[in-house]
Write a protein that binds this ligand. Structure first.
Ligand code: SAM
Length: 273
C-alpha cells in the first residue's frame, strides 16, 4: 500500500494516526515485498500478524498464507482493515490488546506451520516478543520490525552491555538475524526513529516445548540478569556447586555467559529439584 492509498483510507474513515500506539504505516511497496519474501509464507502456513494497522502487510499476507489472524488494538482501524482485506475467507481480524491475548489459543489445531509477523510500537516491543516466543514455541519463523535500538538489544551477544534475557530467549528459539533497515520515509506519518527488520528462525531438531516450559525458562533468565552488575551467585541462590561442576568462575556475571552455559545451569537446577 503506498502513501496515496494510505492517506485516502485515513481520510475516508476520518482517522488521525495515534502516536501513542506507534501508528506509522508502511507505505513502501518494495519494502513490503522484501518483508514478505523474508517471511517465506506459503499456503500451508498460518500467519499471525500483530498490529496490522491499515493492512499494508495483511493484504498480501492473506493472499500467500493458508490463514491470516491479525490482532489489532485500535477499534477505529477495524473497518478500514476489513475493507482492505475484502471478503478473504481465510482472514480473521481479532480486535484486542496483544498484551492480553494468549497467543497459544490462536488456531491451536492448525495442521501446518506458523509464521509470526509484527511491526511493533516501541512501548510493547519486549513484552510482546517475549510473549510470542513463549506462546508460539513451535513457530517456524518470527519477523519483527522494531526500532534500531531495540534490535541491537534483541540481537546482542555475550559480553555486550545490551545483552539480556530476551536476547538469550531469541537465540534459544533459533538463529536470529538483522535483515535490512526501514527508513522513516517508508512510513506515513514519518516516525522520528529508524527501524530494522529482524528474523528469528526455529532451530533444527528442537525438542518440542510448551508455553509453560518457555515461560519458566524465561523466568530463570530474568533472575540471572536481575542485578546486572552483580555475579550470578548473587542473583541465583546456591548456585556455587553448579558453577564449579561446569568449570565456570565463581564470580561469573550473566552478561558474559553463552546460551549453552545458561541452559546447562538451568537443566542442572531442574534435575536437582
Ligand atoms: N502493520 C502496519 C503497517 O506496517 O503498516 C501497522 C504498523 S504500526 C507501526 C503498529 C500497529 O500496532 C498499529 O496499527 C497499532 O494500532 C497497533 N498496536 C499498537 N499497540 C498494540 C497492541 N497492544 N495490541 C495490538 N496492536 C497494537
Amino acid at each position: 500500500m503506498n502513501k496515496r492509498e494510505t492517506q485516502a483510507l485515513l481520510e475516508q474513515f476520518a482517522i488521525r494516526p495515534q502516536h501513542r500506539l506507534g501508528q506509522n504505516f508502511l507505505v513502501d511497496d518494495n519494502l513490503t515485498q522484501r518483508i514478505l519474501d523474508a517471511a517465506q509464507v506459503s499456503e500451508q502456513d498460518l500467519a499471525i500478524e500483530i498490529g496490522p494497522g491499515l493492512g499494508a502487510l495483511s493484504r498480501p499476507l492473506s493472499q500467500r498464507a493458508g490463514k491470516l489472524v491479525a490482532v489489532e488494538i485500535d477499534p477505529r482501524l477495524i473497518a478500514p482493515l476489513q475493507q482492505v482485506l475484502g471478503d478473504a475467507p481465510n482472514s480473521q481480524i481479532v480486535e484486542a490488546d496483544a498484551q492480553a491475548i494468549d497467543f497459544s489459543r490462536l488456531e491451536p489445531d492448525w495442521p501446518g506451520e506458523t509464521v509470526v509477523l509484527a511491526n511493533l510500537p516501541y512501548y510493547i516491543t519486549t513484552p510482546i516478543i517475549e510473549k510470542l516466543v513463549c506462546e508460539r514455541p513451535q513457530a517456524r519463523q518470527f519477523v519483527f520490525m522494531v526500532q534500531k535500538e531495540a534490535a541491537e538489544r534483541l540481537l546482542a551477544q555475550p559480553g555486550s552491555k545490551l545483552y539480556g534475557p530476551t536476547a538469550v530467549l531469541l537465540a534459544w528459539h533459533g538463529p536470529a538475524q538483522r535483515l535490512f533497515p526501514l527508513l522513516p520515509q517508508s512510513f506515513w506519518p514519518k516516525p522520528h526513529v529508524d527501524s530494522v527488520v529482524i528474523s528469528i528462525g526455529r532451530k533444527q531438531n528442537a525438542d518440542p516445548e510448551t508455553a509453560q516450559q518457555r515461560k519458566h525458562w524465561l523466568r530463570f533468565l530474568n533472575n540471572c540478569f536481575r542485578q546486572r552488575r552483580k555475579t550470578l551467585g548473587n542473583n541465583l541462590e546456591n548456585i556455587g556447586p553448579i558453577l564449579e561442576q561446569l568449570g565456570l568462575p565463581s564470580k561469573v556475571r550473566a552478561e558474559q555467559m553463552s546460551l549453552e552455559q545458561f541452559r546447562q545451569i538451568y537443566d542442572l537446577l531442574q534435575s536437582s529439584k
